[in-house]
Ligand binder design. Structure first.
Ligand code: NAP
Length: 335
């Protein structure tokens, strides 16, 4: 049986490009006890993965070096099984190496419940998936979002951000989002954001001041840098900041910028809290029940950019890092 894998071919010299990867044929080993043979159907890509290229092992996964096959969350279909947990035809989500067909331990897979054909496969990588769970955990547990809050979300058109916008709206909050193009700003309007701006249109502080004339209560930060500093300036007394990510600072080891105005935290009695979603599994049932209900009711939607073809994973990843996605970047590997 033919399988293919995407390997890192070389370290990027600056921005990650598609040519830093190569596609090779892969061996599929014999199926052992407790294992399943799976086919990758949809692959979700994460900007944070670029931060691990050439880097050390972190809580998010090992450093990625030439010859390595990266992994991110994917929807897989079970082709064959030597486990009681899964049968042929079952669908599941797993941390998927960028490999078209492979053998996996059955207990690494999370079964996709039979939700019905009205729910697209991609939703399991967006509002019902890891990015959705990250947004939910950050907003609900660490941000304590409330209907009366004005929430500012940076990187709001990305995978996590587009879920955070929709979840914050679902609980009734007022939402301001930032994104990197006019098209993404339009998308934020479609998702229900009350106000949105393109962070390339001027200084972050001026843009956020203009969008949040009465200040904000909660900042959900995916980006860091100038946008985080702007948020610290406009947070009301007692405001909260949830640090989910820092996309503007990735790949800048040794030259990272923290907020120069963090003393605002003293005078405004602000709280800044980072979190790692992997330590919050106890919240998953609440997340699945709320997100499925909101999805069924049409309150939230799967927001993704779909690229066709396993062979286009390198191109899709490079495009994600240069802002070519609206919502989650997903590769359809069926073709
Ligand atoms: N804490 C956790 O447990 C956890 C879990 C998962 C992910 N994360 C983090 O959450 C963040 C969002 O993840 P994601 O999967 O949603 O990524 P994503 O879809 O790539 O979104 C990140 C967005 O950040 C923006 N961005 C990138 N570089 C930027 C720069 N230099 N300045 C300003 N904006 C920039 C881009 O949006 P524009 O093009 O619109 O500017 C990009 O779409 C990442 O930082 C990731 O590492 C954290």
């Amino acid at each position: 049986m033919d399988s293919h894998e995407v390997q890192l071919a070389s370290y990027p010299d600056g921005a990650v490009e598609a040519r830093n990867f190569r596609i090779e044929t892969a061996q599929v080993p014999e199926l052992g006890r407790g294992q399943v043979l799976v086919r990758l159907r949809r692959l979700g890509l994460n900007a944070g993965l670029a931060n691990r290229i050439g880097g050390p092992n972190t809580a998010y996964g090992p450093g990625i070096h030439p010859g390595d096959v990266p992994a991110s969350d994917g929807v897989v279909e079970v082709l064959d099984s030597r486990s009681d947990l899964f049968h042929q035809g079952d669908l599941a989500v797993r941390k998927s190496p960028w490999r078209s067909i492979e053998v996996a331990a059955a207990d690494e897979l999370r079964r996709i419940p039979a939700l019905g054909a009205d729910i697209p496969l991609e939703a399991h990588l967006t509002v019902l998936g890891h990015v959705g769970f990250t947004a939910y955990t950050g907003l609900m547990r660490f941000g304590g979002v409330r209907a009366e809050d004005t929430v500012y979300i940076s990187g709001a058109a990305g995978g996590v951000g587009s879920c955070a916008v929709q979840f914050a709206k679902a609980v009734g909050a007022t939402v301001i989002g930032s994104a990197g193009s006019a098209e993404k700003v339009r998308l934020l309007g479609e998702l229900g954001a009350d106000s949105a701006f393109n962070h390339h249109d001027g200084a972050a502080l001026d843009l956020l001041h203009g969008a949040a004339t009465d200040g904000i209560d909660l900042c959900y930060d995916n980006v860091g840098g100038e946008q985080l500093e702007a948020a610290l300036e406009v947070l009301r007394f007692g405001g909260r900041v949830v640090i989910c990510g820092a996309a503007s600072q990735y790949g800048k080891a040794g030259d990272r910028r923290g907020p120069v105005n963090y003393l605002r935290m003293i005078h405004q009695q602000l709280t800044m809290r980072g979190f790692d979603v992997t330590f919050n599994e106890d919240l998953r049932q609440d997340f699945e029940s709320d997100a499925t209900r909101w999805l069924r009711a049409g309150t939230i939607h799967s927001v993704h950019t779909l690229i066709d073809g396993f062979g286009r994973i390198p191109e899709a990843f490079a495009s994600l890092l240069s802002g070519g996605n609206s919502g989650r970047m997903i590769v359809d590997c069926d073709g």
